[in-house]
Design a binder for this molecule. Structure first.
Ligand SMILES: Nc1nc2c(ncn2[C@@H]2O[C@H](COP(=O)(O)OP(=O)(O)OP(=O)(O)O)[C@@H](O)[C@H]2O)c(=O)[nH]1
Ligand SMILES: [Mg+2]
Length: 297
C-alpha cells in the first residue's frame, strides 16, 4: 500500500436515547435512505435496526435502538434489555437528546447507563429547528452527567449540523475492513421491512392506544409470474375495539393503510408489492415470551 493511502475506518455505532428523541429520523438522515420507520408516537422502534453509511473514509454501521425508558412491563423490559445489550457491543455511542424538551427522569436514566461506556460518546442535540428550545438545560445536563461527550447540534428533519457529526463519527471509528458491501444501506430482510412499513402506516392512521397494542406479522409471501410480490400480513391488536378502529367504516381505514404501505414499498423495492392485510385479536401477546423473543431481536 502506498504510504500516502490512509486506512479505511470501520465503526459500529449504537444510536440511543429516550423514546421520541428522534433516533430513527436521525439514522435515516445519516444513511441517506429510509432505513427505520418513524412516528410521533413514543416506542415506535422495537428492534435493533442496522443502517449503513459507506463513504470514501470507510463504513459506519449504525444500530438504531428502542427508546430507553423505565417500565416494569414485560414488553418494555425486552426493549430495555435490547438497548443495554447493544451498548455493550459497539465502538461508539451516539446519544440522541431532544432539545425541544427539558431533560427529565428518562434522560437521567439513560445518561446513567451511558456514562460508564468506555468508548467515544457523541451527543446529538437534536430538534434544534424547534422553538422554544431547552438547549441551555440540555448543555448543562450533559456537562454534569456525561462530561466526556462531544456535542453536535443537529436537526434530523432539516439535516442541519449532520455533516460535522458524520466527520466526527468517522474520526472516532477504528480502522478496519468494511463489514458490509459498499452498496448496502441496511441488512433487514424483505419480510421485516414490509411488516415495519405496514406498522408505520397503521400507527400514523390510528394513534390513541392502537400503536402500542399492535404488531404486524407476515404470514405468506409469493413471487408472482409478472414479477410482483404478493404478501399476506396480519395486524394483531389486543382488543376487539382496536380491531374495529384499524378496519374502519366499511374497511376504509385498513384500505388507506394498505394503499399508503404499497405506495412506499413501490419506492423501496424494485418490484411492485401487493398486500393482503388481515386484522386479528390476541389479548395477551405482550405477555407471550416466545412471541416477544421472536419479534424483538
Ligand atoms: N422538528 C423536528 N422533529 C423531529 C426531529 N427529529 C425527529 N423529529 C420528530 O420526532 C418524532 C419522533 O421521531 P423518531 O425518529 O420516530 O424518534 P425515535 O427516537 O426513533 O422514537 P422511538 O423509536 O419511539 O424511541 C417524529 O415525529 C419526528 O418527525 C427534528 O430534528 N426536528
Ligand atoms: Mg425509533
Amino acid at each position: 500500500m502506498p504510504e500516502t493511502e490512509t486506512k479505511k475506518k470501520s465503526g459500529v455505532v449504537a444510536v440511543v436515547g429516550r423514546p421520541s428523541s428522534g433516533k430513527s429520523t436521525l439514522l435515516n438522515h445519516l444513511c441517506g435512505q429510509k432505513v427505520a420507520i418513524t412516528s410521533p408516537v413514543p416506542q415506535t422502534t422495537r428492534n435493533r435496526i442496522r443502517g449503513i453509511l459507506t463513504t470514501a473514509r470507510g463504513q459506519l454501521v449504525f444500530i438504531d435502538t428502542p427508546g430507553y425508558h423505565k417500565s416494569e412491563k414485560k414488553f418494555n423490559l425486552y426493549l430495555k434489555n435490547m438497548v443495554e445489550e447493544t451498548i455493550q457491543q459497539v465502538d461508539i455511542l451516539l446519544y440522541v437528546i431532544d432539545t425541544s424538551r427539558p431533560p427529565g427522569e428518562e434522560e437521567e436514566l439513560i445518561s446513567q447507563k451511558i456514562s460508564t461506556f468506555q468508548g467515544h460518546i457523541l451527543a446529538a442535540l437534536n430538534k434544534i429547528d424547534v422553538k422554544p428550545t431547552f438547549i441551555e438545560q440540555v448543555l448543562l445536563f450533559l456537562s454534569l452527567r456525561i462530561p466526556k461527550a462531544s456535542l453536535f447540534r443537529v436537526s434530523a428533519v432539516t439535516g442541519e449540523g449532520i455533516p460535522p457529526l458524520i466527520q466526527a463519527l468517522f474520526d472516532a471509528a477504528p480502522e478496519g475492513d468494511l463489514l458490509y458491501p459498499e452498496e448496502f444501506y441496511t441488512d433487514q430482510p424483505p419480510d421485516f421491512r414490509i411488516a415495519e412499513i405496514i406498522r408505520e402506516k397503521a400507527i400514523w392512521e390510528t394513534r390513541q392506544e392502537v400503536p402500542h397494542a399492535l404488531y404486524v406479522e407476515i404470514s405468506d409471501m409469493e413471487k408472482r409470474e409478472n414479477g410482483s410480490l404478493w404478501v399476506r400480513a396480519f395486524l394483531v391488536v389486543e382488543r376487539e375495539s382496536q380491531k374495529g378502529i384499524l378496519i374502519g367504516k366499511e374497511g376504509s381505514k385498513i384500505k388507506t393503510i394498505r394503499l399508503s404501505a404499497e405506495k412506499e414499498l413501490a419506492e423501496l423495492f424494485p418490484y411492485p408489492v401487493h398486500l393482503d392485510l388481515r386484522v386479528k385479536v390476541d389479548a395477551k401477546w405482550r405477555q407471550n415470551d416466545k412471541l416477544l423473543t421472536r419479534l424483538f431481536r
